[in-house]
Design a protein around this ligand. Structure first.
Ligand code: NDP
Length: 468
């Protein structure tokens, strides 16, 4: 079998290989999953819950191996621990939530009383997931867990940048044979994603807008649903009446956590001119305290740039901004440490709308701060983006902040905090504009993305008055 080398973001060296699945192998695996699907559907929701809870236990038992692989995939520790913990708790949460959401209720009479209705919720037989490199485990399983509970078989293709975690994950799956029969993982690059797309009945894709567009078009050609979770250029608005300590601390975290490699990372800030200087001082104080997790993995808060091809994108955005007059308040460089590439925690001002860093997704530990004359200007400029993922508003006046939130063209807004949409699972939100397509990934209703609704409508024995 062909193999694909994995780059270690801490050393810059290729030190691991994963198999590259051929199109035929993907097709054969999909065929087996389809065959096994009927068993999975027939054991019912309580049967599936039992299996999934064993899966959660085995994941927790093998946490060390999973974390070790994720560390080599991503170069950071605390987020790797979090990925495993959150995956386990997500399975447990869905096991509690799923039964009523999948219950169609008893048959009932329609508004026309001699007609009886029965609903059925039928899962898509085979759901595909193509996941990214910024949270390799968590974003691989975020859609797969509810899809499995809904009754689908699943085929996962993780990012070709971070596929080491598949080995320990596969070992865990193998410990739960009922799950192993309906959950397969294929690795590789080039055309493996397309091969998955060709086989499944519904696809969840997390990644960039250009690839998301291709995936969406290909799914449309096959008439299968595509759930696209794509990029962002999230904006924060700091009003004149904001608590500046809170705004600075929240934005320091919301822009730098996971080294800024998160779709809902806050990448642009619009701060009112009356408080701009005081805010910038506090923000820069906070950002300057952040350290790289090098040489000690356990120290510091900011890991390396995970994807080698992202390094060039980040460097290009920084040099374009500097060449066009951006002022670097701290950081400002991508530096090499022990062979890994690390973006210094960076705050930029004097930025202009023509800079790449103002328009393209950056995905690095960089926050740009724009000073604005009014909150109206902040709203207008925050909305002036092709993305519409999420945003944040800071104001001591809650009603005022809510008024701004209503005007922002994004799917989720944090008030006096950052990136809450990634943490609060019960909030349903969709991605606006080019940030995505399809039903909410978050919230209880999201499990219903994996079912097709079927109605059985029975005439109880009265000649219908509309017949000829
Ligand atoms: P991409 O968006 O390019 O996606 C790569 C994945 O898509 C691979 O698994 C690839 O598999 C698959 N793929 C590519 N073409 C097709 C196709 N036609 N049909 C089906 N699958 C396909 O991700 P990158 O990792 O290259 O990231 C690029 C950018 O995306 C980053 O710079 C960042 O800005 C953004 N990003 C956003 C994330 C988010 O959470 N919103 C997460 C990570 C990145 P194969 O090669 O086998 O086809």
């Amino acid at each position: 079998m062909k193999t694909l080398a994995m780059n270690n973001p801490r050393s810059g060296k290729e030190d691991f290989n994963v198999p590259v699945f051929s199109q035929q192998e993907v097709a054969d695996i999909a065929k087996t999953l389809r065959k096994n699907h009927s068993y999975w559907w027939q054991i019912g929701i309580q049967g599936r819950i039992k299996v999934m809870l064993r899966f959660a236990d085995e994941l927790a038992n093998r946490k060390d191996a999973l974390v070790a692989a994720l560390v080599n995939d991503t170069g950071r520790l605390s987020e790797s621990v979090l990925e495993v913990d959150v995956t386990v708790s997500t399975i447990q949460r869905w096991c509690k939530q799923a039964p009523p959401l999948l219950d169609t209720g008893a048959s009932r009479l329609a508004e026309i009383p001699f007609i009886e209705l029965q609903q059925r919720y039928l899962p898509y037989t085979l759901v595909g997931a193509i996941s990214p490199w910024n949270f390799p485990l968590l974003l691989s399983l975020v859609d797969i867990i509810p899809a499995l509970l809904a009754g689908s078989a699943v085929l996962l293709k993780p990012s070709e940048v971070t596929s080491r975690f598949v080995e320990p994950l596969q070992k865990v799956i193998n410990l739960v044979p009922e799950l192993q029969s309906v959950f397969a993982v294929v690795t590789g690059a080039g055309d493996v994603g397309q091969a998955v797309l060709n086989e499944v009945d519904s696809l969840c894709f997390t990644g960039s807008v250009p690839t998301g567009r291709k995936v969406g078009e290909a799914c449309a050609k096959r008439f299968i649903p595509a759930f696209l979770e794509l990029g962002g250029k999230d904006a924060a608005i700091v009003c004149a009446n904001a608590d500046l300590d809170i705004a600075a601390k929240a934005l320091c975290w919301g822009s730098m956590v996971n080294a800024g490699q998160s779709c809902m990372s806050l990448e642009r800030t619009y701060v009112h001119k009356d408080v701009a200087q005081a805010f910038l001082t506090k923000l820069v104080d906070c950002v300057k305290q952040l350290k790289h997790n090098y040489p000690d993995l356990k120290a510091g808060q900011v890991g390396p740039i995970i994807s080698a091809s992202q390094v060039g994108i980040v460097k290009a955005q920084l040099s374009d901004a500097k060449a066009k007059g951006a002022k670097v308040l701290c950081g400002g460089e991508v530096v090499e440490l022990g062979g890994g590439q690390y973006c210094q925690p960076t705050v930029l001002t004097n930025v202009s709308p023509d800079m790449k860093i103002m328009n393209e997704e950056t995905f690095a530990a960089i926050l740009v701060v724009n000073v604005v004359d009014s909150d109206e200007e902040a709203i207008k400029r925050a909305n002036d983006s092709e993305f519409g993922l999420s945003a944040a508003v800071f104001s001591k006046d809650v009603d005022y902040a809510m008024g701004i939130a209503e005007k922002l063209e994004v799917g989720g807004i944090s008030i006096n905090d950052a990136s809450l949409t990634g943490l609060i699972h019960e909030a349903e939100k969709q991605s606006f504009k080019y940030s995505g397509l399809g039903g909410s990934r978050m919230g209880a209703e999201s499990i219903r993305r994996f079912i097709r609704k079927k109605a059985i409508i029975r005439n109880t024995g009265v000649p219908s008055p509309w017949w000829f």
